[in-house]
Design a protein around this ligand. Structure first.
Ligand code: CTP
Length: 398
């Protein structure tokens, strides 16, 4: 088999020293690595190190190689995967906005290979709205992200921003290169986000769900070859590329929107945080204090349909996965939900007190008739792949 080439971009960040080990890990796995550095990166690691490791020229400046006048294009074309690890906030911003003002950003714009970024930076830079917006934009275009770990950062802060260990970066990259397509030909439906239950035209009952878990699942299933329909409540996330997205507001709309994709699905995953109750009446006009006190103070709530239980009652040979978001007695509650809802397994997690809702990481348990399996804290993308591993296993047994 022909040896595949990874073009490894290294940017000006203290984590650049880990890029040396990334080169080694790729080589051990049988890949050829070509390194492109930004000028700033050379302040952290000398290009000689990468030249010695790769036995290849290390590309830095646009005009460094007189023998190859269009170096950015040849680099872009050679890549089977274009990986930038570590990737600074600046380089990510340039790629998001098509700015090509050095060799690395120009080659990244020119490549048609899959692009993967491993952001590494100070926690406040990582959490800055500009950085998060750039990441969301790149994600919606199909760029892969190796999410940073939380921990002690070189700047002295503790939080997300640290590049994962080289072996993890390389494992993720190889997953993209070799494309685990174990859901090819399968249809997967996923519900995500909160629901909104209207009181009047300007007020509603809702919850803290960000939709990140359901969206991560949709991206993971897509990357594994599935045809994905994502039915989502109102969230502040970009629609993932290559996924059919149906937007709903209320639980009743969710149920209606799910019927057709569920009927066609091989697997259905219910990650939405559905409001159990809704106001019995939705006022046509805004309720006014003073005039409508009686209605505002006595909002009568009635039951919403249970979307998961309703559809699982006609589940046939589909694999059906539910979630249990609990503030306490996580496993007991999950076992109860497994029986009540008719799912094949329940992904149980703890919520509240800063856990799960809106966070990038999650710690879960899979609860099924076979028992419980603990999945230690990992990114929502990694949790998604662990859930899909279970789905694939069950599909293969049918
Ligand atoms: N669910 C659903 N429709 C509802 C309520 C929940 O489809 N009306 C699904 C959720 O998407 C999730 C599972 O059921 O997969 C469990 O949701 P959760 O909110 O944890 O449980 P509830 O059924 O609301 O039970 P409880 O109020 O006891 O927590």
């Amino acid at each position: 088999m022909e040896q595949k080439t990874v073009v490894l971009g290294v940017t000006g960040c203290i984590a650049a020293y880990k890029s040396c080990a990334i080169v080694r890990e790729f080589q051990r796995a049988g890949y050829r690595v070509k390194v492109v550095m930004t000028e700033h990166a050379t302040h952290f690691v000398d290009p000689t190190t990468f030249r010695a490791l790769t036995h290849e020229k290390v590309a830095i400046g646009l005009f460094d190689d007189p023998s190859d006048p269009i170096h950015h294009i040849s680099l872009a074309e050679e890549a089977d995967l274009f990986l930038i690890a570590p990737c600074t906030a600046n380089v990510m911003a340039k790629i998001a906005h098509g700015i090509a003002d050095d060799l690395l950003s120009t080659a990244a714009l020119a490549t048609t290979a899959p692009l993967a970024l491993a952001p590494a930076m100070n926690v406040h830079m990582y959490e800055a709205q500009a950085t998060q917006a750039n990441m969301a934009l790149l994600r919606s275009r199909g760029v892969h992200f190796i999410e940073p770990d939380s921990g002690y950062l070189a700047c002295g802060y503790v939080g997300p921003g640290r590049m994962p260990e080289p072996a993890d970066v390389v494992a993720f990259a190889i997953g993209i290169l070799e494309g685990k397509k174990d859901l090819a030909g399968r249809k997967v439906m996923i519900t995500a986000g909160p629901t909104r239950e209207r009181i009047d035209p300007v007020r509603y009952i809702s919850n803290d769900s960000s939709g990140k878990m359901g969206f991560a699942l949709a991206e993971a299933a897509r990357d594994r070859g599935a045809e994905v329909t994502l039915v989502s409540g109102p969230v502040a996330l970009e629609n993932p590329a290559g996924v059919r997205v149906l937007k709903i507001e209320s639980a009743r709309e969710l149920l209606e929107a799910c019927r057709e994709p569920f009927a066609e699905s091989d697997a259905a995953i219910f990650a939405a945080a559905v409001a159990d109750k809704r106001p019995e009446r939705i006022a046509d006009a805004k309720l006014k204090k003073g005039r409508d006190d009686d209605m505002l103070e006595n909002i009568k709530l009635v039951d919403n349909p249970d979307v998961l239980a309703t559809l699982a009652s006609v589940k046939g040979s589909r694999v059906v996965v539910g979630f249990a978001a609990e503030t306490n007695d996580v496993l007991d509650n999950a076992r109860r939900k497994l029986e009540k809802k008719g799912a094949d397994f329940i992904v149980a997690n703890e919520v509240g007190h800063g856990k799960a809702f809106g966070t990038p990481d999650n710690e879960v348990w899979f609860v099924s008739a076979d028992g419980e399996e603990h999945v230690p804290a990992a990114s929502k993308r990694q949790i998604s792949d662990a859930i899909l591993d279970q789905v694939v296993k069950r599909l293969s047994q049918r």
